[in-house]
Design a protein around this ligand. Structure first.
Ligand code: HSE
Length: 306
């Protein structure tokens, strides 16, 4: 076998209080990638979508991941990849991570799964470095592993899969672009101790809520006193969406990754659909185009489909 097709899911990073350390995988949207093993050291990229992403391997998120795998194999092999993206770049739902993780998992599969999942994450993080300037794994890890991931540490890599109850995730993507690198640059470099105390209480509460299937605790813990006050300025309608979605019964939510998408968790599908309606009403009123998704937590991560 020298070809493989994978589905690589969108992800919600940060989960409000866990900047750079928490993320979950979504059942929808997802990218589709087809990878073929070549017997010469080159990376060929073909785009099967309209996003006009670069096809030079060094400038393409999947490309740099494949180059790093190729290098690890002493340049004895190469890859051709056909990428069909459905996750819009710059949406805040892990578009670059899906390309990077999909490429890393597919390459490992073609090589007979010789790399551990930590090594696959390491390869994929090269793509995040290209996309945002920083190696963070809070999209990559859940994209590869599925479910909820805690990235306790990057150096050394320490990733924990956190059990979580089934929930519905509603996402609205207002059609404005927020570059992750810009959304990182505006953050303050210092935090107050009182804010840090609130934040680590919420992170611990969220993890405990997931592990105890305690929806109320999950909802109470979805609070961010450090990042959201700064980044929400970049997202028109953010506070109105959040308040009205909670009014409609969502457990809670906030900025997805670095935005501009906003996500909300709900216990029931009917609530998640009501939350979607509320999101649409807010952006219809403001006059900004949007996409919405009502989906669930993806438990499988990147999936080999053929
Ligand atoms: N943790 C990263 C950030 C995720 O918030 O900048 C980017 O998708």
């Amino acid at each position: 076998m020298n070809s493989v097709k994978v589905k690589s899911p969108g992800t919600v990073a940060n989960l409000v209080c866990g900047f750079d350390i928490l993320g979950l995988a979504l059942s929808e949207p997802y990218d589709v990638m087809e990878l073929t093993l070549l017997n010469e050291p080159k990376v060929i990229i073909r785009n099967k979508d309209n996003f006009n992403l670069p096809t030079e391997a060094e400038k393409n998120v999947a490309g740099v991941v494949l180059l790093s795998v190729m290098e690890r194999m002493n340049n004895t092999i190469g890859f051709e990849v056909v990428i069909e993206k459905h996750i819009k770049p710059g949406s805040g739902i892990g578009s670059s991570a899906a390309s990077a993780a999909g490429a890393a998992v597919a390459a490992n599969h073609l090589l007979g799964n010789i790399f551990s999942s930590d090594e696959v994450v390491q390869f994929a993080m090269n793509g995040e470095k290209l996309a945002s300037g920083v190696k963070h794994a809070d999209n990559i890890a859940p994209c590869i592993l599925g479910g909820v991931s805690l990235i306790r540490s990057i150096h050394p890599l320490d990733i924990i899969s956190v059990p979580s109850p089934d929930m519905f995730v509603t996402v609205v993507h207002p059609q404005i672009e927020v570059r992750t690198s810009d959304a990182r640059q505006i953050l303050r470099q210092q935090v107050l101790l009182k804010d840090a105390i609130k934040q680590w209480g919420n992170i611990a509460g969220l993890i405990a809520g997931f592990m105890k299937n305690d929806y109320e605790l999950i909802g109470r813990s979805l609070e961010d006193v450090i990042i959201e006050p700064v980044r929400s300025i970049l997202i028109p309608g953010f506070h109105e969406v959040k308040e009205k979605c909670k009014g409609a019964g969502a457990l809670g939510g906030g900025i997805s990754g670095s935005g501009p998408s906003i996500f909300m968790l709900s216990k029931e599908e009917a609530t998640a659909r009501q939350v979607e309606k509320v999101m649409k009403e807010v952006y219809d009123k403001i006059g900004i185009d949007y996409n919405t998704y009502v989906t669930t937590i993806n438990r499988k991560g990147v999936e080999v489909v053929a």
